[in-house]
Write a protein that binds this ligand. Structure first.
Ligand code: MRU
Length: 362
């Protein structure tokens, strides 16, 4: 029995992958069931399911789907490669695909055990996501003062994960701790994940929030109305550079100027030690129609040139702290992140979990 007002974003149901259809929110809460890898890939590309941790679980369940519907290991491998390439920036997608594929191969891909192992791995990834988010939420909540006015961007809530949320997990944990946070929800043009999804989630959770146009943030900060920025991440490079929804970088610049702490909240699966710095991260280019139309109505001249990158990179120097399920990492990130990498492998354990807000904005 779950009392969570937000249903699981992704579930395995009777041999299919069932997703909350985020294209339909906030108008309708409905689900899409993917019976083939092609359908799941389409759901990923069209943002029925989105957000880095949710993509990790989707990729893993996608491999389970491939293993149970395709007849040869070669076909499964090629389906996995198609899923992996569906969205390039969020490292979790490739990570989830690779983990489930490794489990499938280790169990013997020609046998029924291969499909069962891929599915078991996907379930494990999904369960671990929710507990990681609860853990990082508690670490992050400790950084926020009572009554914090928190600005967030895009949707890094339960909908972007299997459950609970990362940036919104921090807010949620603060609310559960009786800290009464208030959230400034940036609308997040062009796809409006803030207006459509974050506002919907916070409404369901009963957490105080106010929707603002992206363009309002500078004056909000200048007026002293933002105590912290908390955002999610699609990929965190080894040096602490952070790829996240387009527009995140400008918030970090504004936060530094106004001495507002800028926190990134993400599960450890979003940290990518194989990517040395932000410049090495592939930024997904999205269709022009996302910019030239709003809710299906054209708002720009036909044929106008459009550039629509889905993400940007915030340099590590602008990030006050990276809040993970392995504790709160601070600069210098190459050291604080790699010490946590090693601790995860059971080789070394030196994370220092900070409990006090750093009001220094950097
Ligand atoms: O294009 P999207 O909606 O998948 O982008 C999502 C984001 O940028 C999120 O902030 C990020 O994935 C973190 S979600 C916990």
């Amino acid at each position: 029995v779950t009392t969570d007002p937000i249903p699981p974003t992704i579930e395995w149901r009777r041999g299919r992958v069932r997703l909350v259809d985020q294209r339909r929110l906030p108008g309708r809460l409905c689900f899409v069931e993917c019976a083939s890898v092609g359908e799941l890939r389409d759901a990923i590309v069209t943002l029925a399911v989105r957000g880095a941790p949710a993509l990790g679980a989707a990729g893993a369940f996608g491999v389970a789907l491939a293993a149970s519907t395709l007849s040869t290991p070669r076909a499964v491998a090629s389906a996995a490669a198609r899923l992996r390439a569906a969205r390039p920036t969020a490292v979790n997608l490739a990570w989830g695909v690779d983990r489930a594929l490794a489990a499938y191969r280790a169990a013997g891909p020609e046998s029924a055990e291969g499909a069962a192992a891929a599915l078991a791995e996907a379930h494990a990834i999904a369960a671990a996501d929710v507990s990681a988010n609860r853990a990082l939420g508690a670490h992050g909540a400790a950084l926020l003062p009572d009554g914090a006015r928190v600005l967030t961007h895009c949707n890094a809530g339960a909908l972007a994960c299997v459950g609970y949320g990362t940036a919104l997990g921090v807010v949620r944990a603060a609310a559960e701790a009786g800290k009464h946070p208030h959230v400034w929800v940036g609308e997040t043009r062009p796809v409006l994940q803030g207006a459509r999804l974050t506002a919907w989630e916070l409404g369901r959770l009963g957490i105080a929030h106010t929707l603002v146009a992206d363009t309002v943030v500078a004056s909000l900060m200048a007026d002293g109305e933002v105590d912290a920025v908390v955002v999610g991440a699609d990929r965190i490079a080894a040096n602490g550079d952070v790829a996240n929804k387009i527009g995140t970088y400008q918030l970090a610049v504004l936060a530094r100027h106004h001495k507002v702490p800028f926190y990134v909240a993400a599960p450890w699966s979003t940290v990518d030690p194989a990517t040395p710095r932000g410049a090495a991260i592939v930024i997904e280019a999205r269709p022009a129609s996302e910019v030239t139309t709003i809710a299906g109505t054209r708002v720009a001249p036909a044929g106008v040139a459009v550039r629509n990158p889905a993400f940007d990179v915030t340099p590590a120097g602008l990030v006050t702290a990276i809040v993970t399920d392995r504790g709160v990492a601070r600069r210098p990130y190459p050291r604080s992140l790699s010490s946590r990498s090693l601790s995860g492998l059971g080789r070394k354990s030196t994370p220092q979990v900070e409990k006090r807000p750093n009001a220094g904005g950097g």
